[in-house]
Design a protein around this ligand. Structure first.
Ligand code: PEP
Ligand code: MG
Length: 577
């Protein structure tokens, strides 16, 4: 997000070129193997140096570089290169590039788009080793002696950290996507960036002026004076706006007519707790627990899980923390669990279905969650519940674990509230019955939209049909909230929809008790809530529910917000800065 304006600094980091040699003599084979091993060691030194230079405020993202170090340590991959050198009698560079090509082909066959995109990490690590092998292009970032906008084919996460931060105003790259690690780091460092531009390195020359509008995903090359003035003003407004919004992060989320709603954070790691507190969250509404299962090759034990959950519960006490049990499968991948490839993973052995099958994995996690709840501020939540039977099965397992802990005399949360994610249309149809048996609902709109409209949430070809304003989605949310409130239980929403200011009036209108979202969105959503009245939200929602299409809904919502709150919302529905 944000705007950077400055001189372009193209860095020629694309591909390292190297000779392809067939080697004949036996001692040359050994030499090549040794040369390769030395390059891997040097690459490791370079990455470890980057780790030491990582700025404190993004230390939590050090795992990105650690993951590159892990790739370097992957003996299967590098032994394969050593074997290829010996078997084909070719030079190290050529052997490495052959093994990378084979790996790329294997990755290309993986259905999961996220895993496929991780090939970028292997590419970056291989390029690093190739640079050490050939001695070319070992980039010395200290050459950059003034603030610039870096233009590159690709930047590795280590590059992003190595460039002296005061010199890096922004960056643009040919490669990359929303979930690439480099993009994740840019967000954490709050550096305006646009990635995945495909040909930007061909379009820009040294020292040309660039405007990088990270919020709009726009790059302007050699702007005229008028455009430059316009963006300078925009940049100032953006900076002042963000600072002001964050300054008010701790004000309560209460409408003008005193209706309050709890604003909570979605997290994946305990390291996020500082941001969560800084951005004014009133609790953690969704603790996604997949990370400890996907970041390692063995299953985490009870103690590891307990320490992880307990850290969050302790830091936030007495504020509430909702821990979701493992939601593995579907588009989420576990390296420590062997999941069979499935034709339709989103409809396969995922989440609670997986846990009910793998009882050992499930009970270990439940023990850790219950123990972390000993202070009384933890709630447990089951994902992807499709109906009553499934919930009862999960509940039986939980009750069994509680009995065990009690018999062992281990402290735990005896009265821990138990809730479900409402994210399958079948669960909405059964919401009245479910609401009588559970303690709370949390609506997962990411999956609810996927299953209600039959849109694969990771397939870019149907991304345009992923519509939170689809009347079917609105009706499903309405039915869930009504059922919950009739049974007297609270209901939250924790899908991405909760982070979208344009959706806030409708979500308030539904009477949701809690909105849970990525921490950085919290101050912005709170600000919108403070300027709305509950009454107008209810009126807007009532009218909205009369429409037949999502286009009508969004035209109406945008029009109303512009007319009523033109100081905050622009004519196109974006938040004014
Ligand atoms: C959801 O489905 O809306 C949700 C919050 O869960 P996840 O994105 O982890 O599937
Ligand atoms: Mg979900």
């Amino acid at each position: 997000g944000g705007i950077a304006i400055g001189p372009a600094y193209p860095v020629d980091r694309d591909r390292v070129s190297f000779p392809r040699q067939v080697i004949i003599a036996d001692d040359r084979v050994d030499q090549e193997r040794e040369r390769f091993q030395a390059a891997v060691v040097d690459a490791g030194h370079e990455l470890r140096a980057s780790l030491e230079h990582i700025p404190d405020e993004v230390r939590e993202h050090a795992f990105v570089i650690e993951s590159h170090l892990l790739i370097l340590k992957d003996t299967a991959f590098f032994d394969h290169v050593l074997e290829t050198i010996a078997a084909k009698r070719i030079n190290a560079e050529w052997a490495l590039s052959q093994v990378v090509d084979q790996t790329r082909a294997a990755f290309g066959r993986v259905a999961d788009a996220y895993i496929r995109s991780r090939m970028a990490d292997i590419d970056q690590v291989s390029q690093l080793v190739l640079r050490h092998l050939t001695g070319q292009g070992i980039w010395d970032w200290s050459q950059v002696d003034r603030p610039v906008i870096v233009v590159a084919h690709d930047l590795s996460p280590a590059d992003t950290i190595e460039i002296n931060r005061s010199q890096l105003m922004g960056f643009v790259t040919d490669m990359g996507g929303r979930t690439s690690h480099t993009a994740i780091l840019a967000q954490a460092l709050e550096i305006p960036a646009v990635v995945g531009l495909e040909r930007i390195t061909e379009e820009v020359s040294f020292d040309e002026t660039l405007i990088v509008d990270g919020t709009a995903g726009l790059v302007i090359i050699n702007p005229d004076e008028e455009t430059l003035a316009e963006y300078r003003a925009k940049q100032e407004r953006y900076q002042a706006h963000t600072a002001a919004v964050i300054r008010d992060a701790h004000l309560p989320a209460v409408t003008r007519d005193q209706h309050s709603v709890s604003i909570e954070a979605n997290i994946e790691f305990p390291e996020e707790m500082d941001t969560v507190t800084e951005y004014g969250a009133e609790g953690v509404g969704l603790f996604r627990t997949e990370y400890l299962y996907v970041s390692r090759t063995t299953l985490p034990d009870e103690e590891t899980l307990f320490e992880n959950y307990d850290e969050v519960a302790r830091k936030l006490h007495p504020k509430p923390v909702t821990i979701r049990t493992l939601d593995i499968g579907g588009d989420k991948f576990a390296s420590s669990l062997t999941l069979a490839p499935e034709m339709n993973p989103a409809l396969g052995l995922r989440a609670i279905r997986f846990c009910l099958r793998e009882r050992g994995v499930f009970t270990t996690q439940l023990r850790a969650i219950l123990r972390a709840g000993a202070r009384g501020n933890v709630r447990v939540m089951f994902p992807l519940i499709s109906g009553v039977t499934e919930y009862r099965h999960a509940r039986e397992v939980l009750d069994g674990v509680k009995e065990d802990l009690a018999a062992e005399g281990v402290p735990f949360g005896h009265n821990m509230p138990v809730g479900i994610m409402v994210e399958i249309p079948g669960a909405v149809a059964m919401a009245d019955v479910l609401a009588r048996e559970v303690d709370f609902f949390s609506i997962g709109t990411n999956d609810l939209i996927q299953y209600a409209l039959a849109i694969d949430r990771v397939n870019e070809h149907v991304a345009h049909m992923y519509q939170p304003f689809h009347p079917a989605v609105l009706r499903l949310i309405q039915a869930s909230v009504l059922a919950a409130h009739q049974a007297g239980i609270p209901v939250a929403i924790c899908g991405e929809m909760a982070a979208e200011p344009l959706c806030t009036p409708l979500l308030l209108g539904f009477g949701l008790d809690e909105l849970s979202m990525t921490a950085s969105a919290i101050p912005h959503v709170k600000r919108v809530i403070r300027m709305l009245s509950y009454e107008e939200c209810r009126q807007m929602l009532a009218e909205t529910l009369q429409f037949a299409t999502s286009a009508e809904v969004s035209r109406f919502v945008i029009g109303e917000l512009y007319a009523r709150h033109g100081d905050i919302f622009a004519r196109d529905g974006s938040v004014r800065v």
